[in-house]
Design a protein around this ligand. Structure first.
Ligand code: SAM
Length: 272
């Protein structure tokens, strides 16, 4: 039976665990060994499914058995990094990889690389002469995953630009040759700029091409009452995500589909 809409958004269990972790950190002044362990177990665990067991079932039954070796290696490296909650989850990586193959993507953009899990999912999906223009303000994290990408023989597909993504997109739209030249873009960075990215990507991605905006359910906070307890960064970006969701549904240049995969991903297919 399909889960109900309400079930998807019930995250009380996870929120309680997060509150517990915050209490621990406040008490000890630093993360305890125990809270570290909980965090590691939750790497990439941003699912909005009702139960952890159901999510684990998906991972163990359908995702991990088919996860390409380099992605597994990169996931394990990322798990040891203190900011590992930022990584794209394994199920979302599998989804992106499949999507890119379905649309025969060749020329792509990625905004928000971190250690490169979604980048690797993309690099594995596109053909040998495919390209990814990848942007992140942090090169160090990208370089953590780079050896895995190099070992897999995929580094030649990636043009990594260190720095804020917006000026790079601005430079691209100065040249009419770039208009409609990309098949796919994945946006997984600063939520307060999503609409700014959209204004540029809509011209850069071809008609029929796809833009994926990640985290559009923002930890389930999009349906939380304004006074609900929330981590600071969740509260800060929440209004931007809500505004973006309202704006994108009203944009006649795209067809959209919002999926409860990972932290919510909104796919936009450019139609004009
Ligand atoms: C959620 S992480 C990306 C996760 C990544 N897609 C993955 O698969 O692991 C968000 C990333 O966006 C980057 N970022 C934040 N602001 C940015 C900006 N203005 N331009 C480019 N990257 C930015 C951060 O440095 C961070 O690495």
């Amino acid at each position: 039976m399909m889960p109900t809409k309400g079930q998807y958004f019930t995250q009380e269990k996870r929120r309680e665990r997060e509150r517990e972790r915050e209490r621990e950190m406040a008490t000890n002044g630093e993360e305890t060994k125990q809270s570290q362990e909980i965090k590691h177990q939750e790497v990439g665990h941003k699912s909005l499914l009702q139960s952890d067991e159901l999510y684990q079932y998906i991972l163990e039954t359908s995702v991990y058995p088919r996860e390409p070796e380099p992605m597994k290696e990169l996931r394990e490296i990322t798990a040891k990094h203190p900011w590992n909650l930022m990584t794209t989850s394994a199920d979302e990586g599998q989804f992106l990889n499949m999507l890119l193959k379905l649309i025969n993507a060749k020329k792509t953009i990625e905004i928000g690389v971190y250690t490169g899990y979604s980048l690797l999912a993309t690099a594995l999906a596109i053909p040998d002469d495919g390209t990814i223009l990848a942007m992140d303000i942090n090169r160090e994290n990208y370089e953590l995953g780079l050896p895995v990408i190099q070992k897999a023989g995929l580094a030649h597909k990636i043009d990594f630009r260190e720095g804020p993504a917006l000026p790079v997109l601005d430079q691209l739209i100065e040249d009419p040759k770039n208009y409609g030249s990309f098949d796919f873009a994945f946006v997984d960075a600063d939520k307060d700029n999503y609409w700014n990215y959209h204004k540029r990507l809509i011209d850069l991605v071809k008609v029929g091409g796809v833009i994926g905006y990640d985290n559009t359910l923002w930890n389930g906070s999009v349906v939380a009452p304004p006074d609900a307890p929330m981590r600071k960064y969740v509260r800060y970006y929440r209004d931007f995500v809500l505004e973006f969701n309202k704006a994108i549904v009203a944009d006649p240049r795209v067809e959209i589909c919002q999926l409860p995969v990972g932290d919510g991903i909104t796919l936009c297919r450019r139609i004009s």
